[in-house]
Ligand binder design. Sequence first.
Ligand SMILES: Nc1ncnc2c1ncn2[C@@H]1O[C@H](COP(=O)(O)OP(=O)(O)OP(=O)(O)O)[C@@H](O)[C@H]1O
Length: 250
Amino acid sequence: MTNKQPKLEIRNLRKSFGALAATDDVNLTVYADEIHALIGPNGAGKTTLISQISGEIMPDSGQILLDGKDITRVPPHERAAVGLARSFQISQLYHDFTVEDNVAMAVQAGTNKRFSLWRNARKDESLRKPAREALEKVGLAHRTNELVSSLAHGEKRQLELAVALSLNAPVLLLDEPMAGLGAEESMLMKDILLSLKGQYAMLLVEHDMDIVFALADRVTVLVYGHPIFTGTPDEVREHPEVRDAYLGNE
Ligand SMILES: Nc1ncnc2c1ncn2[C@@H]1O[C@H](COP(=O)(O)OP(=O)(O)OP(=O)(O)O)[C@@H](O)[C@H]1O
């Protein structure tokens, strides 16, 4: 059962690009231990919404609350410290460093040790230990000493998730974690996310409906920047407006 304690709350959020309302009065709540999927046709505004929650885009109006606290104006680099981490769609990994180095550097960036040089910090067990724990959670413990450049595409995605987990934030924003993955790699990522279910509040943007229906406790359907429905996967499947707008009335 889902813990219905609101963790992340979006209130009356709006963002326009010229005449286009990319985020049109969005209200959405993510509970403390749920996977909440955000679906909608191309251009519906999913990434724009995630970017506002992560702080990269400033909304025109509305609020973003974490544990009831207004974080709308907290700068993006401070959001992990207040409890919110984003796993990126675009790879920001350091390919000439090892897998463990990459995660340990992310841990370091979130600590007050961030001004020390990496060559001095790389043996620091207080950075290594959380890095190894995060790698364990995504099934990459056996690859810690490999260079990122030697990883398969799916493993790089797992590493991106480990970087987000290492920030120790209770809320995870996952923007298309399966993008570019083959069928087998997608299934593995699905299983990894399932194993994390209940430990984080996750807002997941995902196009693959089988994955969404397998993972999500609730689904919000966004059309032209506005949420037209929030419900369980079964409710979403049965909803006539959703079928027309998104599922193609199969
Ligand atoms: N920086 C920008 N300037 C102008 N228009 C933008 C900008 N970013 C997004 N848009 C527009 O806002 C709308 C929402 O785009 P967004 O990328 O958020 O949709 P999406 O649901 O994530 O799409 P997709 O599923 O294709 O990734 C689109 O019409 C897009 O063209």
